[in-house]
Ligand binder design. Structure first.
Ligand code: HAM
Length: 431
């Protein structure tokens, strides 16, 4: 017996019922992005593997163990399903010389791929909305991007999403901190776990992010990067906070927030909620002024963030949000040869007037068709039999009107159906 083929673990179907929430979410997001002047960019899902190694960093979870990388057997190219969008966006910026024109505010949305252990809120194919700006060196854009987040949570009706903020300073500042940090970790070598030992000389900053309870006390006593920051970095951080304070936006400074990708400097931030269990970060990002140059472009300041769509849609559903997409207006029932010829024209005529029509396909008795009309959620049935069709008429039956209106069906000339339907919608609104 043949076995049914299942989807790849951690890669999910989004079925009707849930997919409507995604549509509403995407509509809200697009109009929110437009209101801040961000423009869409559409990027490939597959990129050359070296792009991610160089951008995200060789000693990161993503590059070390989470990338879907493969050799294209047709031409030997080393390719990777994108684990995130920033690297590809920067590649596109350089390749198409966008930054030379003027500063850019860009956004993309779509699937990303990471071979992580699937659990609630963590998938192997997941979707991000990514927001990137290029050519703005000051803290104003960092702050704007943070305020954007706050507005979106509001637009989506979400509460309880907290902002965590930190600064990673500049490379020289991190280097001086790194030397002290390594010395501290070496002194405590006996309590370092295996991962920490592996990262001791390659990426010690990431050790600070460890959740291992046995290392927490030692990590709390570790030298902090903040003490190594010079006046320019401090001023930038203060500049961001000033705008947030002026806007009345609450935030928490989390000195251990280091992010899982290597390209960041100065401002980093995460939006977190307690309502999603372990995977509570719904949105994260920061400044990455070195990345454009590192990938071969002209030095260009940059700042951005990305949010996890699955996590936000879960929050929206959890908050009792309903997709505001309208149901269907008309279910079109028809039986007989003449009716079958007229029915498609009637349906198209209604759609010309902006009325949504679910056209009955597959025949069947009037009774069985009407049952389908009842469960379709449509507001009206338009019923066409050969008698009606021969007279150039249809029967219009309200399906959702309450009380005495329920059965009030009437015959209407083919040219008047749309007007009748529009008028009854208007009457309904007035009532
Ligand atoms: P990230 O923190 O790796 O940053 O991912 C951003 C968001 O994507 C996370 O906060 C989370 O909501 C969602 N996410 C990540 N991995 C998964 C997963 N396996 N399943 C479900 N959701 C997930 C970036 O990707 C950066 N490119 C953000 C950025 C843009 N920084 C500057 N510009």
């Amino acid at each position: 017996m043949s076995q049914n083929i299942q989807s790849v673990r951690g890669m999910n179907d989004i079925l009707p019922g849930e997919a409507e929430f995604w549509d509403v979410f995407e509509e809200t997001v697009r109009s929110w992005l437009k209101s801040y002047g961000y423009r869409p960019i559409r990027l490939p899902i597959v990129e050359p593997t070296p792009l991610f190694k160089r951008a995200i960093g060789e000693v990161t979870d993503i590059v070390e163990k989470e990338m879907y990388s493969f050799v294209d057997s047709l031409n030997g190219e080393q390719l990777t399903l994108r684990p995130e969008g920033t690297a590809g966006c920067v590649r596109a910026l350089i390749q198409n010389k966008l930054a030379a024109q003027h500063p850019q505010r860009l956004y993309y949305l779509g699937p990303m791929f990471r071979h992580e252990r699937p659990q609630k809120g963590r998938y192997r194919q997941f979707n991000q909305v990514g927001v990137e700006s290029f050519g703005f060196p000051g803290p104003d854009i960092d702050a704007e991007q943070i305020l954007m987040g706050a507005r979106l949570w509001d637009d989506l009706g979400l509460e309880g999403i907290r902002l965590q903020l930190n600064t990673l300073g500049q490379a020289e500042e991190r280097a001086s901190h790194r030397a002290e940090l390594i010395a501290h970790l070496e002194k405590n070598a006996d309590i370092l776990d295996e991962e920490a030992r592996r990262r001791l000389y390659t990426n010690p900053l990431r050790i600070l992010d460890s959740k291992n309870p046995l290392m927490q006390e030692m990590l709390a006593a570790a030298p902090v990067l903040f003490d190594h920051l010079g006046s320019a970095s401090l001023a930038h951080f203060e500049g961001v906070q000033q705008v947030l304070r002026d806007a009345g936006l609450a935030y928490e400074i989390n000195r251990r927030l280091v992010r899982g990708l290597d390209y960041y400097n100065l401002t980093v931030f995460e939006w977190v909620t307690d309502r999603l269990g372990a995977q509570g970060t719904v949105c994260a990002g920061g400044r990455y002024d070195g990345l454009v140059e590192q990938l071969g472009g002209k030095s260009t300041p940059a700042c951005g963030f990305a949010m996890g769509v699955e996590r936000l849609v879960a929050l929206i559903r959890d908050s009792g949000g309903e997709p505001a997409l309208g149901g269907i207006d008309v279910y079109l029932v028809h039986q007989g040869e003449v009716a079958a010829r007229l029915a498609p024209r009637v349906a198209e005529g209604l759609r010309d007037r902006g009325i949504d029509v679910l056209f009955h396909c597959g025949g069947g008795s009037f009774k069985s068709q009407m049952k389908k009309a009842d469960v379709s959620g449509a507001n009206f049935a338009v019923i066409i039999g050969d008698d009606e069709a021969n007279d150039g008429q249809v029967t219009l039956k309200p399906l959702r009107a309450s009380g005495e209106l329920q059965n009030e069906q009437k015959r209407v000339g083919v040219d008047n159906i749309a007007d009748e339907i529009m008028n009854s919608f208007l009457d309904g609104e007035e009532a």
